[in-house]
Design a protein around this ligand. Sequence first.
Ligand SMILES: [Zn+2]
Length: 461
Amino acid sequence: MLGPLLVPAAAHAAARPAGGGFAPGAAGIGDPYFPRAGNGGYDARHYDIELAYTPRGQHIRATSTMTATATADLSRFDLDLVGNTVASVKVNGAPAAFRRDGQELVITPRTGLRKGGTFTVAVAYSGSPKRLQDPNLGSTGWLPTGDGAAALSQPQGSTTWFPLNDHPSDKATFAYTVTVPEGLTVIANGEPAGTSRRGATSTFRWASARPMAGYLALLAIGRFDVLDGRTPGGVRSISAQDPKASGDLAGLQRTTGEVTDWEAGLFGPYPFDSTGGVVDDEKVGYALETQNRPAYPGGADTLLIVHELAHQWFGNSVGIRRWADIWLNEGFATYAEWLWTERHGGPSAAARFAETYARPADDPRWRIRPAAPGRDHLFDEFAVYQRGAMALQALRTRVGDPSFFATLRGWARRHRHGVATTAGFVAYAEQVSGRRLGGLFDDWLQRPAKPPLPAPGDQGR
Ligand SMILES: [Zn+2]
């Protein structure tokens, strides 16, 4: 199509940058809740983030290189990046044209990228990354701490500190090389890959060989005590705590080990190469299931650890194809809390269900649909978390314990390191139980009303 034998490819392409069927990739991946999140035309495979941090002014200077596969013939494509100043962009090592448009970094390579081909894009940038405000969660993105910073990025905060295809349906492996003033420590996802010192700085490398959604990226910079050990069941466990935080790092590490192993017994083998947790003092009112090691701002109790580690199976390994399916993460993690309580001398999950079900039918929160909560109710504590967990208890009541627990394990196995949908879960639960469950799940996940009580063993509609 481009006649490379007759004309140097670059010269030819410069004359016809969008010719030969090459077209721009879309500015969004097609998620109605976040129309500009993610991008069309490629599949990110790996991010290599090199970042130097200066506490004064919360300044970063970075080069982030994405390796991706084109899924269409691309004349142009976008990355998601908010704030910062971009100094240069190179595609396959050659300088590329770029412009900014809101959260879109629009990149035009010298030559079109062929469908199926692998390419690299290296973005050099610097600035003071922003804090974003989510209507449900509060602050996300780059968050200053007493002695450094922490990046917590659900749902869109990663755009503040590195350019990416920012949607949960596109997972990639990660490598971080982070340089900080001597005395500070860097904690991230995956496992440590070496530390070096040069002058008054230290460089920390971390790498995750397991695929991860961009919103699960963790960077915590500050003074940390660190424990690197194993759970009783043998999973590597790395936990870190700001020495000024109240609480006990040894206790965090011990509970993390106990919970990781207990959940592996219920949900199947732990999906990643290490577990752990990070306690720092960023001022947010939530914890986050950052991959491998959740972030617990201000500290963690056992049920919070149960919740965030359950996400390593449900949310992180089994990801979601679109944000509307967030109950597949939050309903399951909440149900894990109910199971922990049931099996450790507390009220049964059935009792938790009954207590939650008592909410009057005319309460407007029953009108929020768990599997389509809307952008503004994405993290609604009742509709997404509690009613999502109730949907699982309703399933358990209908199909019985053996089928129910086989469904949880099989779901984690079937979509390990992938992404899934609500419709896929309904179909899978029907397959495992041999029952028709469409009516049950419609009532619990899709209808904007209080559902009827599930009947044990009922064949359903
Ligand atoms: Zn959660």
